[in-house]
Design a protein. Structure first.
Length: 328
């Protein structure tokens, strides 16, 4: 509550300080590559099911149920003389490495630390997560422990190396002005019958008790209770697009977006470097692609969004990107 109450004032203070320190700058843009850190956490099992985060070396694992996105989106800002200002890095990977109950910057802490050591102590690093709703850092093909500060540091250092390689060859962009747009998309929620509502209430009531329902049942019941509280309403999702010249664009949308959706949007975008930011302007939970709903699994069970909602978000983003590209 204290943090929430103080946040608007801090945002206003940040805007004022930024306005007071305006200076000439140039922006570089590039796409790095790092394919050793991220793993699709949904797997086809030999019994035909799709399982979320199976145990390491599980002999019943058949293959990953989806891809990852190895792109490291970078926007680097410095002065005309070359003094560093900001390094913006985007990567599709959950920040869930350190574990525990303490607040942590996770692997982005080491990312920023390495970039400052390489580019200068005054450099500010901004990190955002790409479409990583079904992607994390767990490699089920090996037994090594993969949690804690040491693992977060390893991931951050490797990601920093990819970002530095991209920055080294990033061209300076011609950005005569910045253009932006925003659209509210109304996402449908799953339909819940009277019988399903009764089941959800009874199942949710077992939470925390010795005879609590199985985990996925509790997840579904909690999801259903949230949807029932909307009284048939729609989820309000803001899709935002920002264009810097004709080469670089940012897309922001709420929710933990499945990687397949992000890969398709990047492929179809008219901008050479399209950086997609999930959990932007809100958090609507998991937003799977349509195919995943047929497969089931944790993220699908937990999703407040009906099938097709993810594609609706991407359609809005793509329309906005083309509109911004045509009006440059």
């Amino acid at each position: 509550m204290v943090y929430a109450a103080a946040l608007p004032g801090k945002i206003a203070e940040s805007v004022a300080r930024a306005a007071q320190t305006l200076q000439p700058a140039r922006i570089r843009s590039a796409i790095g590559h790092e394919d050793s850190l991220a793993f699709n956490r949904r797997y086809f099992m030999k019994d035909g099911s799709v399982v979320w985060n199976p145990r390491k070396l599980d002999p019943n694992i058949l293959r990953p149920a989806g891809p990852t996105d190895p792109a490291v989106g970078v926007a680097y800002v410095d002065t005309p003389e070359g003094a560093p200002i900001v390094a913006y890095v985007n990567y599709a990977l959950h920040q869930d490495t350190t574990g525990g109950l303490q607040f942590s910057a996770d692997y982005s802490y080491m990312l920023g630390k390495v970039l400052r050591e390489a580019k200068g102590k005054r450099l500010i690093t901004i990190f955002t997560i790409g479409c990583a709703g079904n992607v994390n850092h767990l490699d089920v093909s090996r037994t090594d422990p993969q949690s804690g500060y040491s693992e977060a540091s390893r991931i951050g250092a490797v990601l920093a190396a990819a970002a530095l390689k991209a920055i080294q060859h990033a061209p300076v962009l011609d950005v005569p002005f910045i253009r932006l747009s925003s659209q509210s998309v109304k996402l449908p929620t799953p339909e819940i019958t009277t019988k399903e509502a009764e089941w959800a209430r009874a199942t949710a009531a077992t939470s925390g008790k010795p005879d609590a329902a199985p985990f996925l049942d509790l997840v579904r019941a909690g999801r259903d209770m949230d949807i029932l509280a909307l009284h048939g309403g729609l989820l309000d999702a803001e899709v935002q697009a920002i264009a810097c010249g004709d080469q670089l664009a940012f897309v922001g949308m709420p929710g933990e977006i499945f990687v397949e959706l992000g890969l398709t949007l990047k492929q179809d975008s008219p901008f050479a470097n399209t950086i997609i930011v999930e959990l932007a302007n809100g958090a609507l939970g998991y937003i799977p692609n349509s195919k995943a709903y047929q497969e089931g699994g944790y993220e699908v069970v937990a999703s407040h969004c009906a099938p097709g909602g993810g594609e609706m978000l991407m359609s809005s983003a793509l329309r906005q990107l083309f509109d911004l590209f045509r009006t440059q």
